[in-house]
Design a protein around this ligand. Structure first.
Ligand SMILES: Cc1ncc(COP(=O)(O)O)c(C=O)c1O
Length: 399
């Protein structure tokens, strides 16, 4: 018997499989609503102009490829913290933060999950139901117990507020509650300001640690608007964990650019937490990749590049908003009722269609319409012509 002979074949990730199936589908009419990235009207995921300029500057400026150490590209960590906090909170809270660059928000989730387990192995990590599909396996790989809390009512196509509060009441001191910063994936349904206040009170009164995953800043209500509730919470709670991603809002998907940020009670504790984050990284991948962090640093720290980035991001946000409106109007006209109005009011690229798995499978096999198995659709997969074809087919399957 050889060493690898008994290796079990694992099933492919269902979303990655969907991408492959779409690619292999020869239909000229196929529609990809399953993709998890921003796409323009030509189905392209563009490189931001500011990022292209940053690449050129980096190439001209960089003189060595030697190791940089745990903080990666100099200045990146500070810029991310400033971005998260905004000017007012930066002055007030900067020295209570530990920050480490990470390979994407995924890398940040893994490292902070490891930190949580290290500090409280009994901590339960509460996740919205549903949540981004990779949250659960990442936290479980940190040996943490994951617990779902009610979040979205699929039939009512809205937040399941009463059940959510009832579930969150069950969290104990030292537990961690994960919320999505803005543009909840997969539903597009975000917490209200009152819900954030509820979470803040829970943290203050019960000693629960808020954990905010920010993967879509600027794609919801607006660049600073998307951070309002997050900042409101950070302003008053003693402790919080934040994972930040530049995949979507800077188009740096493959560079793997993100950060882990931990708010602590004071500077001295922040220093100790920082040393733990550094050590967790050291024993895993040693040091962060610097290329993407360098690009993000150029964009964030140069006023012209920063303005150009935000302008382009705002155009993307507006395009997604417009698609939301077009899809809602087309579906409302085709179905003759208001059941899809919720799509218009949700945030970010995703919404969920209340379809059964058989209906989703039928749309794929008979009409080459691809969406995630839970009914998640990406608005960016639509164009006016595709909306027309899609609504006609959907009414046949769902009426
Ligand atoms: C909520 C959420 N968190 C994290 C991620 C992962 O982002 P990254 O590419 O930075 O690892 C995603 C990606 O889709 C996401 O939706």
């Amino acid at each position: 018997m050889t060493f690898f002979a008994d290796t079990k074949k694992l099933p492919p990730d269902s979303l990655l499989q969907l991408i492959t199936d779409f690619r292999n589908d020869p239909s000229p009419d196929k529609i990809d609503l399953g993709v998890g990235v921003y796409q323009d009207e030509h189905g392209k995921t563009p490189i931001f102009e500011a990022v292209e300029l940053a690449q050129r500057r980096l190439q001209a400026d960089e003189e060595s490829k030697t190791y940089l150490g745990p903080l990666g590209w100099p200045g990146f960590a500070d810029e991310v913290r400033k971005l998260v906090l905004g000017n007012t909170l930066e002055e007030k809270l900067a020295d209570r933060f530990a920050v480490l660059p990470k390979p994407g928000s995924s890398g940040a989730l893994k490292s902070t999950g490891t930190l949580v387990h290290r500090l409280n192995a009994a901590a339960k990590i509460w996740l919205p139901d549903p949540t981004w599909a990779n949250h659960i396996p990442i936290f479980q790989s940190c040996d943490l117990e994951t617990k779902p809390y009610a979040y979205y009512d699929n039939d009512a196509t809205s937040l399941d507020r009463e059940k959510m509060y009832a579930d969150l009441e069950k969290a104990d001191a030292g537990d961690v509650i994960v919320v999505h910063g803005a543009c909840h994936n997969p539903t597009g349904e975000d917490l209200s300001a009152e819900d954030w206040q509820y979470l803040t009170n829970l943290a203050l009164e019960k000693g629960i640690v808020p954990f905010i995953d920010i993967a879509y800043q600027g794609l919801g209500q607006g660049f600073d608007e998307d951070m309002e509730n997050v900042r409101g919470l950070l302003d008053v709670v003693p402790e919080a964990i934040i994972c930040y991603s530049f995949s979507k809002n800077m188009g740096l998907y493959r560079e793997r650019v993100g950060a882990a940020l931990v708010l602590t009670e004071n500077t001295e504790i922040a220093g100790r937490v920082q040393s733990n984050l550094n050590e967790i990284a050291r024993r895993s991948y040693s040091m962060p990749p610097s290329y993407g962090g360098a690009l993000a640093w150029y964009v964030l720290s140069d006023p012209d590049l920063n303005a150009s980035w935000r302008k382009e991001l705002e155009q993307m946000r507006k395009r997604v908003l417009s698609l939301r409106g077009q899809v809602t109007d087309a579906l409302s006209a085709e179905f003759g009722d208001n059941r899809f109005q919720y799509i218009k009011s949700q945030n970010g690229m995703f919404s969920r269609l209340p379809l059964a798995p058989e209906q989703i499978a039928q749309l794929k096999s008979e009409s080459s319409i691809y969406m995630a198995g839970d009914g998640r659709v990406n608005m960016c997969g639509f164009t006016p012509a595709k909306i027309e074809r899609f609504t006609e087919l959907l009414v046949k399957v769902a009426k």
